[in-house]
Design a protein around this ligand. Structure first.
Ligand SMILES: Cc1ncc(C[n+]2csc(CCOP(=O)(O)OP(=O)(O)O)c2C)c(N)n1
Ligand SMILES: O=C1C[C@@H](O)[C@H](O)[C@@H](O)C1=O
Ligand SMILES: [Mg+2]
Length: 644
């Protein structure tokens, strides 16, 4: 047996360079680079290996481990899970910073390879700097925190462990049904230890991403179910995008006259204007989708994990005869809602079903309902877009809970622009193939409802974990995946403040991203949530501590985000009117560096929900009548929801 003497880290880099994926006959290199933040836990091991011979891997420098790992997640998501950038951190806090990103990747089924440094396998220096020390169990380190958020977890405590660890890592990363965060912990000493690795460990490996073929019996059962149904509705999930099944979905929906609603991950698989596309479905959905979902006698989920946002906490579908059909490459997701299952690739399953249903001349019973629902919704969108602030009679969409705050905001921030008018303006004035990126706050709801996707794969929303801070980090990953397109980050002030460190990386890498920062001086959607459920405004507006009351109920905190980002080398704009927005947006298109539009937007001017319900914990006892009422409301709607 021929061997090559390398350190564990050198062997890892050599191995990563040899991994390819093949999808529909196209072979591509899987690992494109490595995001790094070096510390004592990885610089002399993996750092040394990358310096000496990185092969084809491009080495990037992150600013915050969470940020870089979120960027890597977005990169893989935008590449439909067929290219990744690995991430390496030091031990302890550097590693812990990546845990949130691991959760984000796993919840969204996106491959993310994490290579955190770990404490010494020999234990000789224990406790090494940043070692927590668990007195009951010396094998536990910070990196065990990744177990809860990883689809595969391993620790390379000896150099030879690397071989099985990485082969299993690749198994999970390239499996559409099971992919997510893969964490391979690399003790600081083992990274630098040499071993005679067999040459065959480094052979070129092509991981075929097979389209799982649905069984004949699954198809047969599905056909038997569909043919009895008159009013089916499809849920177009992220799986439609990853399987590149958009044409199959269009054809299926047109042929049998079946409408579909989109999940956050599925949106922009097909352009919004398509005849059968009803737009977002569920809690952040459109009136068109939600009204038709209510009546549907069959829900055909394609590549969806049926989150509570999609099913309206399992209360959306109210037809007493409703049944579920799930097309999913993951058996786990296919089993949800007691569905009839078609376990397999979305494209193949839709094609096969189309063939079989055509043989029996199936057609839904809809006549012009789909078109009418779309038209009614388009009218509603026009109304939302045309909402303008008027000093005395203004009733905000999200609830009239804080009537004094709007004039206060208008005076202090010098702006009366509404969130809906900003979104319309941007949607109408960016290039048709520009990519919009988001994750948390009120913007995902508004965007899922109102954003018109004109080109496939231009809507990039992380709503599996809805992780604040994904926005700017994710936009960098998206731009790295599609450098020729303009990328627009839609972020609230809360999310921006939580994490925007990779903005500097975008400057460093000359990867231009455009940040549309909606500053409403609040965790706005949470303020809506609490006040819609009987609470006061508590801890969700950004206000100074008031010396008199001892509470955070002083003046609003006004932040000059433009000025702050300017210091990074970003081209920035202050926006308090639509005219300024117009000038800023046009000018930002001419820039080569990243840009930031600091837009002051009236609180409460986001959209409300349409015919949907969200099951959230409401206090069962309270001194406040409004909370007791909210609890009763919740209990009563819960009676109309499916139990599981
Ligand atoms: C990492 C993380 N922490 C907390 C939350 C809970 N959360 C969801 S939205 C939100 C506030 C978002 O505020 P902002 O970004 O300003 O958006 P707005 O709702 O005002 O539009 C919070 C705290 C989250 N989603 N992610
Ligand atoms: O708690 C939350 C409420 C949602 O409205 C929001 O979009 C999401 O980010 C979240 O975490
Ligand atoms: Mg906000």
């Amino acid at each position: 047996m021929k061997t090559i003497r390398l350190t564990t880290a050198q062997a890892l880099v050599k191995f990563l360079n040899q991994q390819y994926v093949e999808f529909d006959g196209k072979e591509e290199k899987f690992v494109q680079g490595v995001f790094t933040i070096f510390g004592h836990g990885n610089v002399l091991g993996l750092g040394q290996a990358l310096e000496e011979n990185a092969g084809d891997l491009r080495v990037y420098q992150g600013r915050n481990e969470q940020g870089m790992a979120l960027a890597a997640t977005a990169y893989a998501k935008q590449n439909h899970r067929r290219k990744i950038i690995a991430c390496t951190s030091s031990v302890g806090p550097g590693a812990a910073n990546m845990v949130t990103a691991a959760g984000t990747a796993s919840a969204n089924n996106i491959p993310l390879l994490l290579l955190p440094g770990d404490t010494f396998a020999t234990r000789q220096p224990d406790p090494v700097l940043q070692q927590v020390e668990h007195y009951h169990n010396l094998t536990v380190t910070t990196n065990d925190a990744f177990r809860a958020v990883s689809k595969y977890w391993d620790r390379v405590s000896r150099p030879e462990h690397l071989m099985t660890a990485m082969i299993n890592a690749m198994r999970v990363l390239t499996d559409p049904a099971n992919t997510g965060a893969v964490t391979v912990c690399l003790p600081q000493d083992v990274q630098g230890e040499a071993y005679e690795f067999p040459e065959y460990f480094f052979k070129k490996r092509v991981h075929r991403i097979d389209r799982r073929v649905p069984t004949e019996s699954d198809i047969k059962e599905a056909v038997a179910l569909i043919k009895e149904k008159k009013k089916p509705i499809i849920v177009c999930g992220g799986g439609v995008r990853y399987s590149e099944a958009a044409e199959a979905l269009k054809s299926f929906s047109e042929k049998f006259n079946i409408p579909y609603g989109e999940t956050q991950a599925g949106k922009s698989a097909v352009e919004s204007s398509h005849s059968h596309n009803l737009g977002g479905i569920g809690i952040t959905g459109t009136l068109a989708s939600n009204l038709m979902a209510k009546e549907a006698d069959l829900v055909i989920g394609v590549g969806t994990r049926y989150s509570d946002f999609t099913t309206g906490s399992k209360q959306l579908f109210q037809n007493e005869n409703v049944q579920f059909l799930s097309i999913n490459t993951s058996e786990y997701h296919a089993y949800k809602l007691d569905a009839t299952k078609v376990v397999g690739d979305a494209k193949l399953a839709l094609q096969k079903l189309e063939e079989e249903l055509s043989n029996i001349d199936y057609k839904s019973s809809y006549s012009d309902e789909i078109q009418k629902a779309k038209e009614a919704w388009n009218k509603e969108v026009d109304r939302l877009y045309s909402i303008r602030y008027e000093e005395n009679e203004f009733i905000p969409e999200a609830g009239d809970h804080l009537p004094h705050v709007l004039p206060e905001f208008a005076e202090q921030f010098g702006s009366t622009i509404t969130q809906t008018e900003v979104l319309e303006f941007i949607n109408e004035h960016v290039a048709d193939d520009a990519i919009v990126v988001g994750a948390a706050g009120s913007l995902p709801s508004d965007l899922q409802r109102m954003w018109k996707s004109r080109t496939p794969n231009t809507y990039h929303m992380e709503y599996g974990y809805s992780c604040m801070g994904y926005e700017v980090s994710g936009a960098l990953g998206v731009k790295m995946a599609e450098p020729e397109k303009e990328v627009y980050v839609m972020t609230g002030d809360g999310s921006y403040l939580m994490l925007h460190s990779e903005l500097v990386t975008s400057i460093q890498e000359r990867k231009k991203i455009n940040i549309v920062l909606i500053d409403n001086a609040a965790f706005g959607c949470i303020n809506n949530l609490q006040m819609n459920n009987g609470m006061g405004s508590f801890g969700t507006e950004f206000r100074y501590r008031n010396e008199e009351t001892g509470k955070m109920d002083g003046d609003l905190i006004k932040i000059d985000f433009a000025k702050s980002a300017e210091g990074y080398g970003v081209k920035t704009y202050q926006v308090t009117t639509i005219e300024q927005l117009k000038e800023a947006l046009e000018d930002s298109k001419k820039q080569e560096v990243s840009t930031l539009l600091d837009i002051k937007v009236l609180p409460k001017t986001m959209t409300r929900d349409f015919e949907s319900w969200w099951n959230i914990g409401v206090a069962e006892t309270s001194k406040k009548q409004a909370i007791q009422d909210a609890y009763e409301r919740k209990e009563s709607v819960l009676q109309t929801a499916r139990k599981y």
